[in-house]
Ligand binder design. Structure first.
Ligand code: TYM
Length: 344
């Protein structure tokens, strides 16, 4: 235990950090659970949004595809309404602070804490011995992402909640080991009706990029015909829709589609349940297709326009990395001083 309380820089109260893996295209779950909220939060917070390419390679990525996905995901963010003039948009590998702080956190976090992470268990599957060390230490890097900026808030989908709890544990353990008040207790922001969007083929599974069936997810590059096809073929059940919460608990596919409708229309889910109480899926799906196409088509079009100009997308990322480094570098230096690294 250190014996002196060191002076540390202030903890901002309205700084957002969040990240997304640049692996494949973003799907409706990413959009409704995270990106759309990121857009809204720009009005009230200083926002830092990151393509987490260091996280992406915890599972092998084809190098050419990783480069392309980094640009594509950046374009999706910009097309969705992230404004690079007011928000910082960059890719993680270009700001050294992330990897440097992650190493220090590897030495703070306990194996027992990481052993509890459900996402590692899901991603590593049965063959844990063969998982990369990076996949195991993934949450420490995530804590470094957030704490390298002393972010006060982190908007994410519900699946990231456990990782954010670990971030707080790491912050607390660091502060206490070195007897400092360096890192904040970052607050998760998990809100809206789309915090957990499920697969269109199986209402008990999260919508995800790793699901083999492309019919299980709508992606941001899908055109109107693909969106319509995926919604038309989305799994349902033979009964009409219902507003009964108890009945919907037993009917996960119906519940999921109603939730997606609520999220897309920015309405409370209970209102959508009432509106379609007793309706047939065929009518509901027609309305859902119309709604999804109206929301997503302009984003797809804008994404294509942006991707035709990779020089612009790259310039956003370069500029973002410079701005991000300006914030994170002094914080990492402060941490080095606290830990006792000589900076001659
Ligand atoms: P990733 O790339 O898996 O997902 C990006 C964001 O999308 C949300 N999300 C969902 N929300 C609702 N329903 C779904 N089916 C769904 N699938 C994904 C995720 O919750 C996330 O908000 N570890 C993170 C990336 C990350 C990060 C960070 C996030 C790295 N460092 C620091 C916040 C702060 C991840 O893999 O997200």
């Amino acid at each position: 235990m250190a014996s002196t309380t060191k002076e540390v820089s202030a903890q901002p109260t309205n700084r957002i950090f969040s990240g997304v893996q640049p692996t494949g295209n973003l799907h409706l779950g990413n959009y409704l659970g995270a990106i759309r909220n990121w857009v809204t939060l720009q009005a009230d917070y200083e926002c830092i949004y990151c393509m987490v390419d260091l996280h992406a390679i915890t599972l092998f990525q084809d190098p050419v595809e990783l480069t392309a996905s980094t640009r594509e995901v950046t374009a999706s963010l910009l097309a969705s309404g992230i404004d690079p003039k007011t928000s910082i948009v960059f890719n993680q590998s270009q700001v050294h602070a992330h990897a440097e702080l992650a190493w220090i956190f590897n030495c703070v976090a306990r194996m027992g804490w990481l052993n509890r992470m459900t996402q590692f268990k899901e991603k590593a599957g049965k063959n844990r011995e063969n998982a990369s060390v990076g996949l195991y230490a993934y949450p420490n890097l995530m804590a470094a992402d957030i704490l390298a900026y002393k972010a006060s808030h982190v908007p994410v989908g519900a699946d990231q909640k456990q990782h954010l709890e670990l971030t707080r544990d790491i912050a607390q353990a660091f502060n206490s080991a070195y007897d400092v008040d360096c890192f904040p207790m970052t607050e998760p922001l998990i809100f809206g009706e789309g915090t957990r969007v499920m697969s269109l083929r199986d209402g008990s599974k999260k919508m995800s990029k790793s699901e083999p069936s492309e019919m299980s997810r709508i992606i941001l590059t899908d055109g109107p015909d693909e969106i319509a096809k995926k919604i038309r073929k989305a799994k349902t059940d033979p009964l009409p829709l219902t507003a009964s919460p108890e009945e919907l608990e037993e009917r996960p596919e119906a519940k999921n589609l109603l939730g997606i409708f609520a999220a897309l229309s920015n309405a409370p889910v209970a209102e959508i349940h009432q509106r379609y109480d007793g309706a047939e899926f065929s009518q509901f799906k027609k309305d859902l297709i119309e709604l999804a196409v109206a929301e997503l088509s302009p984003i797809t079009t804008e994404m294509q326009r942006l991707l035709a100009d990779t020089a612009y997308v790259d310039s956003v990322l370069r500029d973002g990395a410079d701005k991000a480094a300006e914030i994170a570098t002094p914080i990492v230096k402060e941490v080095q001083d606290i830990v006792g690294f000589l900076r001659p």
